[in-house]
Design a protein around this ligand. Structure first.
Ligand code: 5RP
Length: 229
């Protein structure tokens, strides 16, 4: 990426995503650095008169949305979202994703599941041929941590407990759970891995998002590339 930094690319993708939001829409707000840029751009549009309501995928994104004057709603009042905009850690063919780099994949998957469209915003570095270089996040109920860790090890998924950013103890998610990052290498059969993880008692959610994204806006030097499943 010569000339353009990764942050420039993220901003380009974020700005393009705002073009997909129109008056009256109900919008999912993802989590992460790219989505933070998107929320800022959306906030500017709202301040200029765009009327939308949003549901955030993390406390951090909800706080930012409130600061920017983006009205928030909930699933009681708004069970279906028109569009969800979120980042990704890896984007493979058919828009198979790894998410959860910022530990928000549980709420991110819930919000994505309620959206008619799921637009991924990313820079080119996120695009891969096969998933798995980025460690796969698995959110776990604390009580079950030793049991889940053992099962993931038995399956060769090399789980590592994620540490809090300030280094004091484990990372705790917005839902009060912990995260095991699985250094599993190339995931040859993502559907199978997803099913295996889903079947482990104590696993709350994993970061494989399969068959969910409808469009990826991938920014690079010469513009934004649109990828579809
Ligand atoms: C958070 C996520 C993020 O969308 C993902 O980590 C990408 O983040 P960034 O835009 O900062 O690269 O899944 O749980």
């Amino acid at each position: 990426m010569t000339g353009m930094t990764q942050d420039d690319a993220k901003l380009l993708a974020a700005k393009r995503a705002v073009e997909f939001i129109s008056d009256g829409m109900k919008v999912g707000l993802g989590t992460g650095t790219t989505t933070t840029l998107f929320i800022h751009e959306l906030g500017k549009a709202v301040q200029s008169g765009l009327r939308i309501e949003a549901i955030a995928t993390s406390d951090a994104s909800a706080t930012l949305a409130k600061e920017l004057g983006i009205p928030l709603t909930n699933f009681n009042d708004t069970p279906v979202l028109d569009v969800n905009v979120d980042g990704a850690d890896e984007i493979a063919p058919r828009l198979a994703l790894i998410k959860g780099g910022h530990g928000a994949h549980l709420r991110e998957k819930i919000v994505a599941s309620a959206a008619r469209q799921f637009i991924v915003v990313a820079d080119e570095t996120k695009v891969v041929q096969k998933l798995g270089k980025f460690p796969l996040p698995v959110e776990v109920i604390h009580l079950a941590l030793p049991l889940v860790t053992r099962q993931l090890k038995d399956r060769g998924l090399n789980p590592v407990l994620r540490a809090a950013l300030n280094g004091t103890g484990p990372w705790i998610t917005d839902e009060g759970n912990v995260i095991l990052d699985c250094h599993c290498g190339v995931i040859e059969e993502p559907e199978r891995t997803a099913m295996e993880l889903r079947n482990i008692v104590g696993v709350v959610e994993h970061g494989l998002f399969l068959g969910m994204a409808t469009l990826a806006l991938v920014a690079r030097e010469n513009g934004v590339r649109e990828l579809r499943p």
